[in-house]
Design a protein around this ligand. Structure first.
Ligand code: ADP
Ligand code: ASP
Ligand code: MG
Length: 422
C-alpha cells in the first residue's frame, strides 16, 4: 500500500466528462489498496476568465478580493469532483485550502505556504476514503483566503505530499511527462524518464511551465518523489528526484524559453561606487524581482576625455508584468543619477539550456552561441550558472532558437547530447 497525492491540472478537469474520468482513476488507485488525496486545479481557462472579469470590474483590482474571486475556480472543480465520485458510489469529501490546513503568508496573489496541518485529510484516509482538496489556495493569519500564484496547484500537491509523508506526488497533466523542451513548440522534443530536482528547478524557473517553480523547490527540500504524467494514459511519465548515477549524463537535458521578461538600460551612467546599489534598491523596494544584470564600463574614446570621470551602461531584466512600473521608476531615477538616457525593450525572449552534465563539459556555451549565430540571432545579454546558460534575444526568434538549440545539442536522441561534440 502506498500513500499517493494525485494532482489534476485544468486541462484534465475541463468538463464533467473529464472530471468523471479522473475520478475513476483516483477511485481505481484507492481500490488497489492505496491511500489517495486528490488535488484539483480550476477547470481549464477558468482562472484566466475570472482574472479578466476582475480587471473589467476595476482596472487595478484589490489583491484580497481578487484572491476571493480566483479561489472559486478550484472550489467549483473540487466540489464537482466529489459529486461525480458520489455518483460513482464513492464517499468523498471536498476540502478548500483552509480546511486542508494550508496556511500561508499574507502576500495575496503569490502567497507562500508557511505550514500545512492536514488533520482532516488524515481522518478521511484513516476511514479508508479518498479526500479531494482545492489547489492553489490557502488561508493567512488574518483568516483571509490567499492564492499561491499561477500554476499553484502543483505547489499545494507537493506541500500536502510532504506534510502527509506521501510515497509519491503524481502530477497529471496534458503531456506525458517532462520533455527536453516544450513538445508544443518543438515536435522533436523527447520525454525524459528521470530528471533531478536541480535541473527541473532551473527548467521551471526559465520558462517550462509544466511544473510550478515553488512546487519543485518544495519537493527538493522535503525529498518528495514527483511523478509527472498524462491524465489519460497509464504509461509512466517522468520522475523528478535526487540526481543519481543512472541519470543521463548529457551536458544539456533541456531547452526552455520565456517571453515574460523585459529589459531596461540606463545609458552612460557616471561610473562611481553606489550607483548599481541605488538603481537596484529602488527596484527591489517596489517589490520587483530583477533577473539578469549587466554593467559595461564604456571604453569609447569620446567618453574618456575627462580623466576624472568614467561612464558605464547598466542593463537589467524584470518580469514583463512589472515593466511599465520599472521603466517609470528608472526614468525618474536616471535623471537624478545623471544617466544620459533610459531605454526599455519589452520585445525580448530568454532562451536557456539546462543540464547538470554541463559541470563536466567544456564548449557548451560556444556551441550555444554558434548555433544562435548560424541562425543570425543576435544575443543581447548572457547569464550563466553551474548548470544553465541563458541568452536574451529578440522575441520573434524565440521558437526558432529553441528548435535550433534542440537540434544542435541532439536532444532528440535517447542518449541526449552525450555524443554531442562540444
Ligand atoms: P496543467 O494545466 O496540467 O497544470 P500546464 O499547462 O501548467 O498544465 O503545463 C503543461 C504544459 O507545459 C504542456 O502542455 C506544455 O506545453 C508545457 N511545457 C513547457 N515546457 C515543457 C517541457 N519541457 N515538458 C513538458 N511540457 C512542457
Ligand atoms: N488555476 C490556477 C492557474 O490557472 C492554478 C493551477 O492551475 O495550478 O494558475
Ligand atoms: Mg500547471
Amino acid at each position: 500500500m502506498a500513500r499517493i497525492v494525485q494532482k489534476y491540472g485544468g486541462s484534465s478537469v475541463a468538463d464533467l466528462q473529464l472530471i468523471t474520468s479522473v475520478a475513476r482513476r483516483a477511485i481505481a488507485a484507492k481500490n488497489a489498496g492505496h491511500e489517495v488525496v486528490v488535488v484539483l486545479s480550476a477547470m481549464k481557462g477558468e482562472t484566466d476568465r475570472l482574472l479578466k472579469m476582475a480587471r473589467e470590474a476595476c482596472p487595478t483590482p484589490d489583491p484580497r478580493e481578487t484572491d476571493n474571486l480566483l479561489s472559486t475556480g478550484e472550489q467549483v472543480s473540487t466540489a464537482l469532483f466529489a459529486l461525480v465520485c458520489h455518483g460513482l458510489g464513492e464517499t468523498v469529501k471536498s476540502f478548500l485550502g483552509f480546511q486542508a490546513g494550508v496556511m500561508t503568508d499574507k502576500a495575496h496573489g503569490r502567497a507562500r505556504i508557511l505550514n500545512v496541518n492536514p488533520a482532516r485529510l488524515r481522518t478521511e484516509l484513516s476511514k479508508g476514503r479518498l479526500a479531494a482538496v482545492a489547489g492553489f489556495q490557502g488561508i493567512n493569519a488574518n483568516d483571509d483566503i490567499t492564492t499561491l500564484g499561477r500554476g499553484g496547484s502543483d505547489t499545494t500537491a507537493v506541500a500536502l505530499a510532504a506534510a502527509l509523508k506521501a510515497d509519491v506526488c503524481e502530477i497529471y497533466t496534458d503531456v506525458d511527462g517532462i520533455y527536453t523542451t516544450d513538445p508544443h513548440v518543438c515536435d522533436k522534443a523527447r520525454k525524459i524518464d528521470r530528471i533531478s530536482y536541480e535541473e527541473m528547478l532551473e527548467m521551471a524557473s526559465l520558462g517550462a511551465k509544466v511544473m510550478e517553480i515553488r512546487s519543485v523547490e518544495l519537493g527538493m527540500n522535503h525529498g518528495v518523489k514527483i511523478h509527472v504524467r498524462h491524465a489519460r494514459s497509464q504509461a509512466p511519465g517522468t520522475i523528478i528526484c535526487e540526481e543519481d548515477d543512472d541519470m543521463e549524463k548529457a551536458p544539456v537535458r533541456g531547452v526552455t524559453v520565456s517571453v515574460n521578461e523585459a529589459r531596461i538600460t540606463l545609458l552612460k551612467v557616471p561610473d562611481r561606487p553606489g550607483v548599481a546599489a541605488s538603481i537596484l534598491s529602488l527596484i527591489s523596494s517596489a517589490g520587483i524581482v530583477v533577473d539578469m544584470i549587466i554593467q559595461n564600463k564604456s571604453v569609447s574614446p569620446a567618453d574618456q576625455s575627462d580623466p576624472d570621470q568614467s561612464w558605464t551602461d547598466f542593463s537589467f531584466t524584470v518580469p514583463l508584468a512589472d515593466y511599465r512600473q520599472a521603466l517609470e521608476l528608472m526614468t525618474a531615477a536616471g535623471r537624478e543619477i545623471g544617466a544620459q538616457e533610459v531605454v526599455g525593450d519589452d520585445h525580448i525572449a530568454k532562451v536557456s539550456i539546462v543540464g547538470a552534465g554541463m559541470r563536466n563539459h567544456t564548449g557548451v556555451a560556444a556551441l550555444m552561441f554558434q548555433t544562435l549565430a548560424d541562425k543570425k540571432i543576435n544575443i543581447a545579454m548572457i547569464s550563466t550558472s553551474e548548470i544553465k546558460i541563458s541568452c536574451i534575444i529578440e522575441k520573434d526568434y524565440a521558437e526558432l532558437s529553441v528548435r535550433a538549440l534542440h537540434e544542435a545539442f541532439q536532444l532528440d536522441q535517447v542518449d541526449g547530447g552525450r555524443q554531442t561534440k562540444v
